[in-house]
Write a protein that binds this ligand. Sequence first.
Ligand code: SAM
Ligand code: DTB
Ligand code: SF4
Length: 319
Amino acid sequence: MTPDSSIEQLEALFDTPLIDLLFAAQSVHRRHFDPNSVQVSTLLSIKTGRCPEDCAYCPQSIRFETGLEVHDLMPVDEVKAAARRAKAAGATRFCMGAAYRGPKDKDLEPIIEMIAEVKRLGMESCVTLGLLKPQQAGRLAEAGLDYYNHNLDTSEAYYSQIISTRTYADRLTTLAHVRDAGIKVCCGGILGMGESRRDRIELLRTLASMEPQPESVPINELVTIPGTPLADAEPLDKFEFVRTIAVARLLMPRSHIRLSAGRSDFSDELQAMCFFAGANSIFFGDKLLTTDNPVPNDDEALFARLGIEAEPCDTHAPA
Ligand code: SAM
Ligand code: DTB
Ligand code: SF4
């Protein structure tokens, strides 16, 4: 299977008996990765809430009443302390998220300091700040940023059902600026927002068609948030989630596929199945940005039971 495969071919792949699909995905996975190794990232919301965008899934939009505790950009020393704790707990990448449509130039100054502190700890750095101008991507690259997270979330066709304040093309333009600046791309989506299987296929096809493909592909399950338009979204069949991971692995054989939001609702057995399907990265720490994630003790126990090791850090900065 390649990104050029037709929709019909990808539909047929999705329809493959589950065990055959898992076997195919695992066979490709172990050609490119140690199958018992999972990359571990920790998230921190460095600026929470009051976002002007209207993403129907998001607790941080100013348009929805979600009872969220909001805060402005955190001081650099608090971010540094959180990164140090994440490193001590075993994370190798520190991902900082801000509820912006896009950052103002002046917002980037403290964020650049945060990136420098994370690098000084010997961790990989990632930020997710919304839409970027080319010169802003350049400033982040100069600061030594390793990854920029910017999700496409769903298919182009379904996008306007979820977000009205920006277009798919806006997102793709920022992704191009990030790539042109020489920063690695972290780009994925959310499943369970009422999209069709065709939308999931189109999302994966768009991701896999990028040249080069994103290094990191977070696959989130929608965390339903009371007060948002998607509060009552029908949950996705968990086997459909696993199938989507397997097809992502087959289409993007060298990318890290991250089992992202939604893990709190997954049994250990379902997570193991996702790893078998080709997921090889997680968010580690008891919080995502604003919602709960499995507690570290549970993840450590799960890794031990499965014989999974955390992937070593891919950065050459001093420890
Ligand atoms: N504002 C920036 C942006 O949208 O790119 C960065 C922060 S935003 C919260 C980062 C990502 O979190 C979104 O692109 C979306 O994929 C994910 N996300 C937000 N709310 C979610 C939810 N309720 N369930 C699953 N994923 C969610
Ligand atoms: C991604 O794909 N998922 C993360 C990270 N990238 C920034 C965010 C998940 C957010 C889930 C809802 C919340 O905690 O606010
Ligand atoms: Fe704002 Fe990002 Fe949430 Fe959309 S996903 S409302 S852009 S914080």
